[in-house]
Write a new protein. Structure first.
Length: 367
């Protein structure tokens, strides 16, 4: 079983990398050091990412465990249900298993490395933007005399303003397949891809177990509340891995799988397992067949509301986390009046959000 604390630690490392970057930038401004701040910060960021590589390797090992444990479980269930004889040591990695895991890890690693480079570009754009606003000389905007002229503020207020602007620049925008734009932080993006990779590892292992047992069918898990897409294509539906079998829909025709992924969408919670008709009554087989042929959103109004409520809770949690991050930077004994006012506003907003989250959670449990 993959250790969740190893995954959490990776996200913490990304959070600390960005937090430390902000603190170092603020320190440089306060000290008034005459260096190339852009080059310095990019070097510091790259150093942090180099350190994160070690944790990624640990993650890769836990991914191996997650995959093989799932495959063993699925094969042993198939043996029990269908009385199948396995003629090889299925508890050991085969070359196919290794290739499956490596492919999943490569997708995750490539995406996070691309995101890391994206943060570097965001820093460069931040400095380029400030350069245009202040003077044509690179980085001179952060020299003492220019900082003090930032919108007529005191040096301390100007430093706080510039630090906050850099923080707001450490995000990037993702465009979903539907065209929707999502603003994400690097830790949030890494977490989404990390969770997706481990979920896809389980599904890949299940598919491989079905193939290794000579079977052809898989079935999705069911949840009481889910998104519209999963309501149409997952939720207990059975699929075939062989297009020649016409009794059930073909797995690789549905969203996500039709593009080579092993889940319907990122962060999808639906899991695949082997499906063996001999383990079900004739009535159950017919019901599963009928459900699988019906690719429509059959959720009740309560199920839809429960899903929407959960999504709103998640959104408010992200806002609360963002406020906490800002409050972390507004600590110290020598705060300006403007900073103390900002702390008061943020704390009031945080209190309102927590109250709303608790109310939504009560509603969620009641649905």
């Amino acid at each position: 079983m993959a250790k969740k604390n190893e995954r959490d630690h990776l996200i913490t490392l990304y959070e600390e990398a960005l937090k430390n970057l902000i603190l170092k930038f603020e320190k440089l401004l306060k000290e008034g050091r005459k260096i190339n701040h852009e080059a310095y910060l990019l070097k510091e960021l790259q150093s942090s990412f180099e350190g994160i590589k070690k944790q990624k390797k640990i993650i890769q090992m836990t991914l191996n465990d997650e995959y093989i444990n799932r495959k063993i479980k699925e094969i042993e269930r198939a043996v029990k249900v269908s009385n199948i004889e396995i003629k090889y040591d299925y508890k050991q990695f085969t070359k196919i298993d290794t290739d499956n895991v490596m492919q999943l890890y490569k997708i995750f690693n490539d995406k996070t490395k691309k995101a890391e480079k994206g943060i570097g570009r965001q820093i460069q754009e931040f400095f380029s933007d400030q350069e245009k606003r202040a003077t044509s000389e690179l980085n001179s905007f952060i020299r003492d005399e220019l900082v003090s002229r930032e919108l007529g503020k005191s040096k301390k207020e100007a430093i706080a303003s510039l630090t906050e602007k850099l923080r707001d620049n450490l995000y990037f925008t993702l465009r979903t397949e539907t065209g929707k734009k999502i603003r994400m932080s690097l830790p949030a993006y890494a977490k989404m891809n990390l969770n997706t990779m481990f979920q896809q590892a389980k599904n890949t292992a299940s598919i491989q177990a079905v193939k290794d047992t000579g079977s052809k069918l898989v079935k999705f898990s069911s949840h009481y509340w889910t998104c519209e897409t999963c309501a149409m294509y997952a939720e207990g539906r059975v699929y075939t891995l062989d297009r020649r079998i016409k009794k059930y829909p073909y797995l690789y025709d549905i969203p996500g799988f039709n593009k080579g992924y092993k889940s319907i969408h990122p962060n999808c919670k639906h899991l695949l397992s082997g499906y063996y008709e001999e383990g079900h009554s004739k009535k159950e087989v017919e019901e599963n067949k009928k459900l699988s042929e019906n690719q429509e959103d059959n959720r009740s109004s309560d199920m839809i509301k429960k899903y929407e409520t959960r999504q709103e809770i998640n959104r408010l949690e992200r806002v609360k986390n963002s406020i906490n991050a800002k409050l972390q930077t507004l600590r110290g004994a020598n705060l300006t009046e403007e900073e103390r006012g900002m702390i008061s506003v943020l704390n009031r907003r945080k209190k309102e959000i927590i109250k709303k989250i608790n109310s939504l959670r009560d509603n969620f449990r009641g649905l």
